[in-house]
Design a protein around this ligand. Structure first.
Ligand code: SF4
Ligand code: SF4
Ligand code: SF4
Length: 289
């Protein structure tokens, strides 16, 4: 006979959970499967009814759906809409699902046929539409940030959902965790880093290994991107190098659009006055902006 689980004496409801992937590398789901040390504890909290990476059984009877990946094809919109209809809670799992992730880099190019040829060569796949986050199509109840997600954070969030407790993300930037970890600031070593504007929660994963943050968790509350650009300039790091980082995962898309929009307006005004235009982007062919 299985013993009923309780929390503070209250019987625990074990939610039925399903994992799905759209266009993604499946690295976020892999993080969960890989978490051997605490996997059994985690599994005891929920009833997993659908998880292609880990089991063969399938069921459409679930309460919480974790969806990894961004939407890049028409059939994925249909699938996502169906998942939304079935789930009481829909969780966007990872940067691709939250912001479009690395997939949205293709949106920077207007010549998608050229992109497909460069990326897939003789083995093209259907990828005509722009890569978009889940919330461009359905309501998203919770987001788990990161590329990949941090497994400890997923477990904390799932535990909170199972216990009916609110889920809160850190409002502060990665720099706070980096300072607490007593790292040397990478800007002082001449390296770009998005730590000052990126939402914390990864325990400054990259700077701990002497690598600058690329902003995979998206913007922190009140992120001051303009000030970040000033810091970079002071350390001799080019504006384009910072923009490349800001564009990488899609979380800073609105900031990048604003910066590029202003730069374009300045260029147009300068050309109208007979000034010399700066050289074009090294990304060259097919570039959207
Ligand atoms: S967020 Fe990163 S690790 Fe997760 S599916 Fe997307 S590319 Fe893979
Ligand atoms: S290395 Fe990056 S995250 Fe760490 S303090 Fe410097 S800017 Fe902030
Ligand atoms: S340091 Fe930045 S890029 Fe690295 S995991 Fe954290 S948020 Fe993502």
């Amino acid at each position: 006979m299985t013993q009923e689980r309780t929390y503070l004496g209250v019987p625990l409801h074990k939610p039925k959970v399903a994992f799905f992937e759209l266009s993604s590398c499946e690295g976020c789901q892999l993080q969960i499967v890989n978490n051997e040390a605490t996997l059994l504890d985690f599994l005891s909290l929920v009833e997993i009814v659908n998880f292609r990476e880990a089991m063969t059984e399938r069921s459409n009877d679930y309460e919480i759906a974790f969806v990894e990946g961004s939407v890049t094809r028409a059939d994925e919109i249909t699938r996502l809409t169906e998942i939304r209809r079935n789930a009481a809670v829909l969780v966007a799992l990872g940067s691709c699902a939250c912001f479009g992730g690395v997939n949205q880099l293709k949106n920077r190019f207007h010549d998608i046929a050229w992109v497909k040829k460069e990326v897939y060569g003789k083995h093209p796949v259907e990828t005509e539409a722009e890569a978009k986050p889940l919330e461009a199509f359905v309501r998203v109840d919770l987001k788990i940030f990161g590329c990949p997600i941090k497994k400890e954070e997923v477990e904390k969030i799932v535990t909170n959902v199972a216990l009916g407790r609110p889920v809160q993300h850190p409002k502060f930037p990665v720099c706070m965790e980096c300072k607490a970890n007593e790292n040397i600031c990478l800007f002082d070593l001449g390296e770009p880093c998005l730590g000052p504007v990126t939402r914390a929660g990864c325990d400054s994963w990259c700077p701990n290994s002497r690598m600058g943050c690329w902003g995979c968790r998206g913007p922190a509350d009140d992120a001051n991107v303009e000030q970040l650009r000033n810091i970079a300039k002071k350390h001799g790091i080019s504006a384009e190098a910072m923009l490349d980082r800001l564009e990488c995962f899609g979380g800073f898309a609105s900031h990048v659009d604003e910066i590029r929009g202003k730069a374009k307006a300045k260029k147009t005004a300068s050309a109208a006055k007979g000034g010399v235009n700066p050289p074009s982007s090294p990304l060259g062919k097919g570039r959207r902006r």
